[in-house]
Write a protein that binds this ligand. Structure first.
Ligand SMILES: [Zn+2]
Length: 166
């Protein structure tokens, strides 16, 4: 995957989070879009993938993010893996170009087909190559098991607390 994080990301605005201990807040519409994409691609026996766009904030207990929407583009996928099709990145680039001021890529999502929600070695290296040492959440969805999990960007990504917001 391309490195999509800009070094121009501004310092996150100070705003107290609405639920303490939660690292990632996801707009209901964005969560629905991710779950629907995971379901649709599972019908084709494929994993899905995309990027989460939103805003980063900080409060006394550190940084957190709010996902407002998700973007994706053409993918090369089967039941064991997924990547963006390098020939079809225009949708993704348009999505990134269309970000308004203060918006940034706060994470990525992908699905697993029936093996549960965890970060594989490939997932961890994707995560670190895209987000470096900055903030970047990974949503993993298993539509076959009906599971949804969020991981942070630690050296060994750990499950993070997540809340769906309206
Ligand atoms: Zn994975």
């Amino acid at each position: 995957m391309v490195r999509v994080i800009s070094s121009e990301d501004a310092e996150p605005e100070f705003r107290r989070r609405s639920v303490s201990g939660v690292g990632l807040f996801i707009a209901e519409s964005a969560a629905e879009t991710m779950i629907q994409a995971a379901d649709d691609d599972a019908m084709r026996d494929s994993e899905t993938m995309g990027l989460m766009i939103g805003r980063a904030y900080r409060d006394d207990s550190g940084e957190y993010a709010v996902v407002e929407r998700v973007i994706t583009s053409d993918r090369i996928a089967d039941s064991d893996g997924v990547r963006f099709d390098p020939e079809g990145m225009s949708e993704l680039i348009d999505g990134v170009d269309g970000m308004s001021e203060g918006e940034r890529i706060v994470g990525w999502y992908h699905s697993h087909l029936g093996c549960g929600c965890f970060m594989s070695d490939t997932d961890v290296s994707t995560q670190h190559s895209v987000f470096g040492k900055g903030m970047g959440f990974a949503v993993v969805i298993d539509p076959l098991r009906g599971e949804f999990a969020v991981f942070d960007n630690s050296e060994i990504p750990e499950k993070a607390q997540m809340v769906i917001v309206q």
